[in-house]
Design a protein around this ligand. Structure first.
Ligand SMILES: [Zn+2]
Length: 131
């Protein structure tokens, strides 16, 4: 639906809506912080968790290698003896979302986010104005 130029919206009928899409960014897996592993040489390995749900195994190095299909992949190896370490992962406990594109409308007509926010401010000012 497009507003024709001749059409006007009475301010009292103004309704505006601004919303953001949410995009799910839940990782497929996350480090299992209960995992502990001692390699053949007795070196102990475990995840260390940081803020923003990043994690590292400080006793390991990350090296690249060629997998069976000949593509470069990454793996953990013990920083001391070089044993390949396969850390454990678990399914995430929480779903994570980020805000995506905003969509906005005025009386059901799609507008830009700025226009939508301006209209919201007008509606708020009218409701707060007490006329
Ligand atoms: Zn080791």
């Amino acid at each position: 639906m497009d507003l024709k130029k001749s059409e006007r919206i009475a301010l009292s009928d103004l309704s505006a809506n601004v919303q953001a899409d949410t995009i799910e960014v839940t990782p497929m897996r996350e480090p299992d912080h209960k995992w502990e592993f001692a390699d053949a040489a007795g070196h102990e390995h475990k995840w260390r968790m940081f803020e923003h749900s990043s994690a590292a195994i400080e006793t390991c190095k990350i090296e690249d290698y060629l997998d069976e299909e000949g593509t470069v992949a990454l793996r953990y190896v013990c920083a001391e003896c070089g044993e390949v370490i396969s850390p454990k992962y678990v399914a995430p406990c929480f779903r994570s979302f980020v805000l995506g594109n905003h969509s906005a409308s005025i009386n059901g007509v799609e507008v830009t986010r700025e226009e939508g926010e301006l209209a919201l401010a007008v509606v708020a000012a009218m409701n707060g104005g007490g006329e």
